[in-house]
Design a protein around this ligand. Structure first.
Ligand SMILES: [Zn+2]
Length: 618
């Protein structure tokens, strides 16, 4: 018996992609190229940050001082700088994405001193914005540097969100330093106000971070600890060295060691010095009672390079007891499977907070028992590649990082757990809420700037683009998909890719225009609804006509049940929608009698299942 499905396809005239005027300008200026590569005139700005802060819990006061050496690599003369004070989002009058309790509110960042190239300037601390324009008396010419100095202080908020007070002697500090906003080739100054909803867009910078804390406080931060012998007791350093080549979890500091003051040196204060290069942000956690575990994972089979996986957590956080094991697995798996590029940093630390939020080399995770906790950790670690390795503009194109992290959490989950259960979790958490929603917010095109979204943000940042990437993987096959993805990542790591760089790179590497697919998934108001229009018996078997009512070019399976009791499942890739996105015909060659037929998109949840099956008339 032969069951054969054929589709008619013919080449369509290549579609073009909509480019808004800011994007068109980038191509005109040759900062980007329509073959997907950085243009011959691509540039990006950068800075060197030397930051020192001090904390003295349970006081919530954090004091900081920094010097920023900012380099203008653009062809433009900068008459002003835009400074981001992200923690001003805590100010009572600040614009906020959602509500906030009184314990979330603080006075924001207070600038105590500010200078430009050695000359002190005045700073107005009264406004509630997270963006401050600093007009320059002397412009920064193309290729020139400018030096800024800030002294500042702020109170850690009692209610922690992505950062804040975890308990009276445990703080998570994120977004805590004044920084220069991104100035780039298509936006100019990034003037996206931080409201607590959308995420970030940062330059790749060099950081030196010194954190002064009382004895017996441990600091975990982005970057490499440069002075372990000046802050840690020798037995702890020895255990860290063992963990750096160990496959199993090693307790670096347990409860007794912490209580007996056997972890840090016993000077009145210790200054922890971290350095990180070519990263887009730094963050840190500190505590006097968090347990500390570590291990490591091979992240590059070719060279044998290992990355450290560490965890810092309270004695009661049961889920964190296995997080070093699970995190090590993730570092290794992501490095060698999807995305399949070595973890780009020397270490990763999971710090117990309540944010479930990624930072370079750090994740701030709540303690969640069971598979859900592991899924969250996998998701946050996946962000190491998107957006930290790739430098995407999360505040404008969140699908360029959240969509990938959502896809990666699914793929890694299938590797160690029952794929059916993982798929079910994905459908429930990532798809069903918008797939079954008839309101307009579920049909906003993915390409819409994330900064303009509210209710549609979650749909457009996570589930929808994740399905688009999975549909693309199905369309191209794993080999071509991965090859194209790697070229995209190789071209744009450490830079600022925009969606068109991704689209055009895939067109370029595959050697064919996928614009029909990009238009279908990213620029449309499509949704998911397939319908069986008709099933006709003919001389060769059956002719099935399927209507794509919702419009998304999804892959799906055709489940055939024959009168003799036999069954067959046949997969259709999104290629079936290439010739005609609205309808497709299937020719089922068989000499058997078909009893029933059903189409099922699995992860691609159909919004109306009533028209997905057909049964022969008895
Ligand atoms: Zn995420």
């Amino acid at each position: 018996m032969c069951v054969f499905i054929s589709i008619c396809s013919f080449s369509l005239e290549a579609q073009s992609l909509n480019e808004t005027r800011d994007i068109k300008d980038a191509y005109t200026k040759n900062t980007r190229s329509r073959d997907g590569q950085p243009g011959v005139k691509y540039w990006q700005n950068t800075a060197t940050y030397a930051i020192s802060i001090s904390a003295d819990p349970p006081s919530r006061l954090i004091k900081g001082t920094e010097t920023i050496s900012y380099t203008n690599n653009s062809p433009d003369t900068l008459n002003k700088l835009v400074i981001k004070l992200i923690l001003n989002q805590h100010k009572p009058g600040a614009a906020r994405y959602g509500g906030s309790g009184m314990d979330y509110q603080t006075d924001g960042i207070v600038i105590d001193r500010f200078s430009i190239d050695g000359t002190d300037g005045l700073w107005d601390n009264t406004n509630n914005t997270t963006l401050v324009d600093v007009l320059l008396k002397k412009s920064v010419l193309p290729g020139a540097h400018i030096n800024l100095e800030f002294d500042w202080h702020y109170d850690v908020s009692k209610q922690a969100g992505r950062e804040g007070m975890i308990d009276s002697t445990t703080f998570y500090l994120g977004y805590f330093y004044p920084r220069v906003a991104v100035y780039d080739d298509y936006l100019g100054w990034d003037k996206t106000e931080f409201t607590g909803g959308q995420e970030f867009y940062n330059d790749f910078n060099q950081y030196s971070l010194k954190v002064s804390v009382p004895a017996n406080y441990v600091v975990w931060a982005t970057g490499v600890l440069k002075n372990p012998e000046q802050v840690l007791q020798s037995a702890i350093i020895k255990k860290l060295k063992i963990a750096a080549t160990a496959d199993s979890t090693i307790s670096i500091a347990n409860k007794e060691e912490l209580l007996q003051h056997k972890v840090t040196l016993q000077a009145e204060r210790n200054i922890w010095h971290f350095e990180a290069s070519n990263v887009s942000d730094i963050a840190l956690g500190l505590s006097d009672h968090y347990l500390w575990d570590a291990s490591s994972a091979v992240v590059d089979n070719k060279t044998g390079r290992r990355a450290e996986m560490q965890a810092a957590y309270s004695d009661t956080a049961k889920a964190f007891r296995s997080i070093v094991h699970d995190g090590s697995y993730a570092l290794n798996w992501y490095s060698h499977n999807f995305p399949g590029l070595p973890y780009p940093y020397p270490k990763m630390t999971a710090f117990e907070g309540n944010a479930d939020m990624e930072f370079p080399m750090l994740v701030n995770d709540s303690s969640i028992d069971g598979p859900e906790g592991r899924r969250v950790t996998d998701h946050e670690i996946a962000h190491s590649w998107f957006p930290f390795y790739m430098g995407v503009n999360e505040s404008r194109y969140a699908f360029m990082d959240e969509g990938w992290a959502t896809t990666l959490e699914l793929l890694i989950g299938r590797s160690f757990s029952d794929p059916k259960a993982v798929d079910k979790t994905y459908r429930q958490g990532r798809v069903s809420h918008w797939a079954t929603d008839k309101l307009a917010v579920s049909q906003i095109p993915i390409i819409t700037p994330s900064s303009e979204l509210k209710d549609g943000y979650r749909h457009n940042a996570y589930g929808k683009p994740s399905l688009a990437y999975l549909a693309l993987k199905d369309l191209l096959g794993d080999d071509v998909f991965k090859k194209s993805l790697h070229v995209y990542m190789d071209r744009w790591n450490g830079k600022h890719p925009i969606p068109w760089d991704f689209f055009y790179t895939f067109n370029n590497v595959t050697g064919k225009s996928l614009n029909w697919f990009w238009n279908n998934w990213f620029f449309s108001s499509n949704y998911i609804d397939l319908s069986i229009s008709s099933v006709q018996k003919n001389a060769n078997g059956y002719a099935v006509s399927i209507a794509n009512i919702g419009g998304f070019a999804i892959p799906f399976d055709v489940y055939l049940e024959f009168a003799d009791g036999s069954n067959q499942v046949i997969h259709q890739t999104p290629q079936i929608w290439f010739a005609n996105e609205k309808k497709a015909g299937l020719a089922i060659k068989t000499n058997k009698k078909l009893k029933s037929l059903r189409i099922d998109g699995n992860l691609f949840m159909d919004s109306d299942l009533r028209n997905n099956s057909w049964t022969t008339n008895p």
